[in-house]
Design a protein around this ligand. Structure first.
Ligand code: TXA
Ligand code: MG
Length: 326
């Protein structure tokens, strides 16, 4: 075993935290079978203790240790998308700690595809509970440096696997209710799921699940700079207004810089959804660090391909401009 993985496994076995890369975002991991270890996650993140965590497994074969009454849909989706960015909510086995499930009768499970995550999970040979490795309510980390910025010495080890390829959190599908329900959009779309199951999952209204699905709270993925979503016309209008007011502005838009000005920092965003998602959190972090009065983001097109990105942008806008995590 590589020394870095050996050290990570030793820390997990001792009930300590290890941050690690997944294909979506970096996770803040603890031994999911150890309630005291899981409690450390909530303390490090400053996250309310009733918010459930996703348990990361080394392989789909581990499902039955954590879930019961596993429906055929779960097996089909696991075969199609694991390892990969899909979390399944299933009825939990009784021994799954309440600290992991937020006291609910269900548990969120996924097998991530990042090679370093898989190496860690295989070596640990158990479930690792891991939310995104950010302080509660802030932007999810997609590099090891972001994790250090967020959590500093609160986490003894950060495994560095480079920039996360997907860049936004996993799709969450609830299979505990009889009919599949999409709780959080992600890189695996409703259409992808429909291709496997034969019909599209139901979706929930954005606010219906809070705080059970903490990602559905609006104050999530949020920069400190007030973030405004604008159309392409609205962008130029808002930009002119800000400049008239003498404000420094950061812009994230798919076009090349339209207005050159000392007060404007312009960042061009990828024109397709996967590229946009991959860069999204790093771009928000970079622009947020400038300390501008305003962050203007040109809203990507509506439509299924952009659903997950638009979901994160909407939440980032809603939660932005706060001094503290809520
Ligand atoms: O891509 C991801 O899913 C990343 C990486 C690290 O795997 N993890 C992640 O974790 O985004 P977190 O804690 O930031 O978001 C997990 C979401 C939350 O919205 C939580 O409420 C929901 O999963 N969740 C977990 N268990 C659940 C359950 N039993 N029922 C409903 N929602 C659940
Ligand atoms: Mg999160």
């Amino acid at each position: 075993m590589r020394p870095e993985i050996e050290r990570a496994v030793a820390l997990l076995r001792r009930g300590e935290l290890v941050a690690f890369p997944t294909e979506t975002v970096y996770g803040l991991g603890a031994d999911a079978a150890n309630p005291a270890a899981v409690a450390r996650i909530f303390a490090a993140k400053g996250r309310p203790a009733d918010h459930p965590l996703i348990v990361h497994l080394p392989a789909a074969e581990h499902l039955a240790r954590w879930a019961r009454g596993i429906p055929a849909e779960a097996e089909q989706l696991a075969a199609a998308f694991w390892p990969g960015p899909l979390t399944l909510i299933l009825k939990r086995q009784p021994q799954v700690p309440n600290a992991v499930t937020g006291g609910q009768d269900t548990v969120g499970l996924r097998v991530p595809s990042h090679p370093l995550a898989l190496e860690l999970l295989a070596a640990f040979d158990g479930g690792v509970a891991a939310p995104s490795a950010n302080r509660f309510g802030r932007i999810s980390p997609t590099t090891a440096a972001h994790v250090r910025e967020e959590l500093g010495e609160r986490v003894p080890l950060v495994l560095d696997g480079g920039a996360c390829p997907v860049g936004i959190e996993s799709t969450i599908l609830d299979l505990s209710r009889g009919v599949p329900v999409l709780l959080r959009p992600g890189a695996i779309s409703a259409a992808d799921i429909a291709r496997v199951l034969g019909s599209a999952p139901e979706t929930v209204a954005p606010h219906a699940e809070a705080p059970r699905v903490s990602g559905s709270l609006d104050a999530h993925y949020a920069p400190r700079t007030p973030l405004q979503l604008v159309s392409s016309d609205g962008l130029l209008f808002a930009l002119r207004n800000a400049l008239v007011a003498g404000e420094r502005v950061a812009v994230l838009a798919p076009t090349a810089q339209a207005i050159g000005h000392d007060l404007v920092t312009w960042k061009q965003s990828p024109a397709e959804p996967a590229g946009f998602a991959h860069e999204l959190y790093a771009s928000l972090r970079e622009l947020d660090a400038l300390g501008c009065a305003r962050l203007l983001v040109q809203q990507p097109p509506a439509g299924e391909n952009w659903l997950a990105v638009n979901d994160r942008l909407r939440r980032a806008a809603a939660g932005s401009g706060e001094d503290d995590e809520t």
